[in-house]
Design a protein. Structure first.
Length: 379
């Protein structure tokens, strides 16, 4: 499944050649078996350590007996509920299998062979792969001190630009874009250019710092906001995402998406999480933010550079190659994400877990760093 697909078979579309399959975080049971460890702390895939929430779980269990029936293909109740939360018409909302499903559909809706897409140099890797499959030319926008820089994106917008992919907060850096600069860029976009604003981690950010997507959509700006239940709502395994956009774009997305592109169990879980688990949701998000601040302080106290984060993870720099620190932590049963694939050879991304998980992580990290310091082949 993770083999490279760049060895083409006859008949495969040329744009598939050279694609890199998405590299998900390691599966916990595989790591346990490989290393013979009885317990692993997985803080590598930005999952929510507290979900699913109690009422959400109860409703998902109740829904199981209805799995012989298709879900409501219009997702009316979910769209109405989401419309209410965001203050937007349900006609401006469409649903998908995770945010990933929506990102794939957006690629299909917009990108034609030869179009250009602009992607920040260090961001969610799927944007590049989706764009390549559709035959787009990828234009990299360099980062500025680990941040997505709207001005470098703007410099790259040209007559062939079809999509601009922005994760806000960004994965893996956890940073957000300058709201005013983003508004200005949207004002200046050419007629055929659209911005996908992937807000998978928005719930962990102070909302005043985020672009006001609903107003932007209402004013006819070319922006599509993508959201997920995988992170703050703790439903990554249920695979449910959605987008907010102008009505005409939502109609196009629904036409291109597969029918029934979200399942009954996920919908039941999401509705209950919103309607009946509101307190748990609030407590969970504030707990994660609290542990984020605390973990950041502890990392800084260890003398490490930490990138201030607005998401449920932190990226920090180590004096040693990230892969080496990753291997050391893994041997101690702590699974994090080295950031080499994004070009950050000395950076690690760690998901904010429970208080106990973060204690174990900090302890393991300081042991790995100390043993690396006394290692004669430092690099
Ligand atoms: C920026 C970003 N967008 C989308 C996703 C995928 O979300 P989902 O689980 O809803 O497919 C992730 C997952 O880590 C992500 O980091």
């Amino acid at each position: 499944m993770n083999a490279k697909s760049n060895q083409s078979a006859p008949g495969i579309r040329p744009s598939i050649n050279g694609m890199e399959p998405y590299q998900p975080g390691k599966f916990i049971e595989d790591v346990q078996n490989e290393l013979g460890l009885s317990e692993i702390i997985k803080i590598a895939s930005n999952e929510n350590p507290y979900g699913p929430y109690p009422e959400s779980l109860r409703e998902m269990k109740r829904e199981l007996v209805k799995l012989n029936l298709y879900p409501d293909s219009n997702f009316k109740e979910l769209r109405r509920t989401l419309g209410h939360i965001h203050g937007i018409s349900p006609d401006c909302i469409c649903v998908s299998h995770g945010a990933e499903g929506m990102l794939q559909t957006l690629g299909k809706c917009f990108i034609e062979e030869g179009d250009e897409v602009i992607i920040p140099a260090a961001t969610y890797t799927l944007y590049k792969e989706i764009s390549k499959v559709m035959g787009a030319k990828i234009i990299d926008a360099p980062m500025t001190r680990e941040r997505v820089d709207i001005s470098t994106i703007e410099e790259r917008v040209g007559p062939k630009t079809k999509l601009i992919w922005i994760a806000n907060p960004n994965n893996p850096t956890g940073t957000i874009v300058d709201k005013k600069a983003l508004d200005r860029l949207l004002d200046r976009l050419p007629d055929r250019t659209w911005m996908v604003l992937d807000e998978a981690y928005a719930e962990f950010t102070d909302s005043a710092l985020l672009p006001e997507c609903v107003s932007l959509i209402r004013d006819g700006h070319h922006v599509i906001s993508v959201r997920t239940f995988s992170k703050a709502y703790g439903l990554a395994g249920a695979r449910l995402g959605y987008a907010m956009a102008g009505k005409e774009i939502v109609t196009v997305i629904n036409t291109v998406s597969e029918p029934f592109n979200a399942n009954r169990v996920a919908i039941a879980g999401a509705l209950a999480a919103i309607n009946d688990d509101a307190d748990t949701y609030k407590k969970t998000v504030s707990r994660i933010k609290h542990h984020r601040t605390f973990t950041e302080k502890r990392l800084r106290r260890m003398g490490l550079r930490v990138i201030p984060s607005h998401a449920n993870f932190l990226m920090f720099e180590t004096p040693f190659p990230a892969q080496r620190v990753f291997d050391g932590l893994l041997k101690m049963g702590v699974l994090v994400r080295p950031c080499n694939a994004w070009g950050y050879d000395h950076m690690i991304r760690v998901t904010i877990g429970t208080s106990a998980q973060m204690d174990t992580f900090i302890e393991a990290l300081s042991m790995v760093l100390h043993s690396s310091e006394s290692d004669p082949i430092r690099c």
